[in-house]
Design a protein. Sequence first.
Length: 232
Amino acid sequence: MGKITIAIDGYSSTGKSTIAKRLASTLDYIYVDTGAMYRAVTLFALEEGIINDKGKVDEATLIDKLSDIHLKFVPNTETGRSEMFLNDKNVEREIRAMRVSGFVSKVAAIKEVREKLVKIQQEMGKNKGIVMDGRDIGTVVFPDAELKLFMTASPEKRAARRYKELLEKGEEVTYAEVLKNVEERDRIDSTRSISPLTRAKDAIEFDNSDMGLEEQFERIHDYSQRVIAKVG
Ligand code: DC
């Protein structure tokens, strides 16, 4: 059976990664969470003092230091999931914190950052058999992907999901803060000049505001089976 490339794009907290991970594991494909890569670069910028107290990113310094950033996905043998390593340090937990979420859209809007990460992503998918999720996978990273999905849900539903996740991780946040962050990221991600978040013309739109995980997974798995059968 031929392998295909599956691109999953969409707004933050639409459950892209949950679906993508499960799909990859069912199909025995590689899974890549590109948001984790933008988050790791943001963490690097925070740790190096490249983002000042007022939240301003010193773009020139970050671009200068891009070659010092080495990213790796390392499988955790206990959970079976890949974790993000930044310069050989496991940063999986840190990159999900609100501190990083607050700045990641700014960092992801920098052309040189995108160029570096897109190149790595294209290299990871060159042999197909990959499920990649992000914002520009079907439009920029793999415009020829055989299956493209675009996930949406209302900002309130997405904020509620994210809020629950953060509480479970013990972060002290309010629902209002999370909703504000979700809306702010939507705005920056959709209006940036380079690779803004848009649906590829040939992507299937999927609004999961009122759809359970099982139903979503079944439908998406079904699409993938049909496309794989066609490829032969
Ligand atoms: O999927 P996520 O919420 O972990 O992504 C974090 C941020 O990274 C998000 O605000 C947009 C950005 N991003 C991007 O610009 N392009 C991608 N392919 C993936 C993420």
